[in-house]
Design a protein around this ligand. Structure first.
Ligand SMILES: O=c1[nH]cnc2c1ncn2[C@H]1C[C@H](O)[C@@H](CO)O1
Ligand SMILES: [Zn+2]
Length: 385
């Protein structure tokens, strides 16, 4: 192995320091375990399965490791349960920004469903404003600790419910005020994206942006509807696009019409490997479709989905991929630039992030091997006599 290849395989420390961009992260899936315990005590939530933070962290991870999206989603009743006051939302959002910044994330779009945070009497607007306040606070605290991060919120509507148009209107109202787009989430089977067509058509008329969870627990029809009926800008997960790709014994690859469309139109895929392992959408990191999709130059991105339930971070997702596929800093940069190109903030800002933050960050890391320590020779001649 030459020093160049050694230098190109990122160490865990380099992975953490590398600038990263996160497009798919749920606010209610990323709480610190200790915060869940604190908030339950403060808000009188009595349903927690464990009150010791370490045990609770383990409980979330194991309960989410069920092989089914529906059972995975049941664990959110506890995080959503403690996020029903303004103070709780500010704290969770601030800590989210701080944790992501600490992990080397420079830009993130974090999503949550405002309709799930009304049980304590907050209005939809108050929920959005509390979360925005928390993100701004977390960005400031991160800066004080030497990290720069920018966060945009995505407002999610739950696909089993019937408030999508209302939430889309909310997203539009808070556009340019911290909310950068819209999403639908929740159980996929039985709740096709077209159920919420009115919301998507409204957003298109408003020239607004949205992503749709599709092709995670349900296959190609869900992806097809999300793109061709609803007009999604990006796909949340989208892993099942692999069902429209044939790899022949001789290694040649054939794309079906839908997979071709996704690749040709550069539709961003928000891939979340660890989450997919837990919900049964993939069986191992090494077999995760991200390997093939990256090779075929789909616009693939790497994401966390739910850091608490998957006990993960952006760095951990990349560590797993480096181990499974031998990815280098160049691969990491490729995924990161893909993600930044696919963000919902204005083009000039995305370009500046790529040119002024991401590329210089990777150039710095890639140059480190040039300054490695030459072994000391002091005492060398004396030893030789
Ligand atoms: O991976 C997911 N697929 C579908 N829905 C999800 C996923 N992760 C989280 N959610 C749901 C549960 C949350 O309460 C909601 C809003 O963040 O989104
Ligand atoms: Zn998700």
């Amino acid at each position: 192995m030459t020093s160049q290849t050694i230098a190109n395989t990122p160490t865990p420390d380099q992975i953490r320091r590398a600038p990263k961009v996160l497009l798919h992260d749920h606010l209610d899936g990323g709480l610190r375990p200790g915060t869940v315990v604190d908030l339950a005590r403060e808000t009188g939530y009595s349903q927690l399965p464990e009150t010791d933070p370490d045990k609770l962290a383990l409980w979330f991870r194991e309960a989410a490791d069920s092989g089914s999206l529906e059972r995975y989603l049941e664990t959110f009743s506890h995080t959503v349960g403690v996020m029903q006051t303004r103070e709780a939302l500010v704290r969770v959002a601030a800590e989210c920004a701080e944790d992501l910044a600490e992990d080397g994330v420079v830009y993130a779009e974090v999503r949550y469903a405002p309709e799930q945070h009304l049980e304590g009497g907050l209005t939809l607007e108050e929920v959005v404003e509390a979360v925005n306040e928390g993100f701004r606070l977390g960005e400031r605290r991160a800066r004080e600790n030497g990290h720069r991060i920018r966060i945009g919120a995505l407002l999610t509507a739950m696909r089993h419910a019937a408030r999508a148009l209302e939430i889309a209107e909310l997203a539009n109202r808070y556009r340019d005020l911290g909310v950068v787009g819209f999403d639908i989430a929740g159980a996929e089977a039985g709740y096709p994206p077209t159920r919420h067509l009115d919301a998507f058509e409204y957003l298109k008329r408003e020239n607004n942006h949205f992503t749709i969870h599709a092709g995670e627990a349900f296959g190609l029809p869900s992806i097809w509807q999300a793109l061709q009926w609803c007009g999604a800008d990006r796909l949340g997960h989208g892993v099942r696009i692999i069902d429209d790709i044939t790899v022949r014994d001789d290694g040649t690859v054939q794309l079906g019409r839908l997979a071709s469309y996704v690749r040709d139109k550069r539709i961003p895929l928000e891939m979340c490997p660890s989450s997919n392992l837990q919900t049964g959408a993939a069986s191992s990191y090494a077999e995760h479709p991200i390997g093939l999709l990256r090779r075929l130059h789909f616009r693939t991105t790497v994401n966390t989905d739910n850091r608490l339930m998957s006990h993960t971070s952006m760095s951990r997702e990349f560590e797993q991929l480096v181990e499974a596929f031998g990815y280098t800093l160049d691969d990491m940069q490729w995924f990161t630039v893909n993600a930044m190109k696919s963000a919902f903030i204005p083009f000039d800002e995305r370009l500046a992030m790529i040119n002024d933050v991401i590329k210089p960050g990777y150039a710095e890391l890639k140059s480190e091997w040039l300054f490695r320590q030459t072994p000391s020779t002091s005492g060398f001649s004396a030893e030789k006599g």
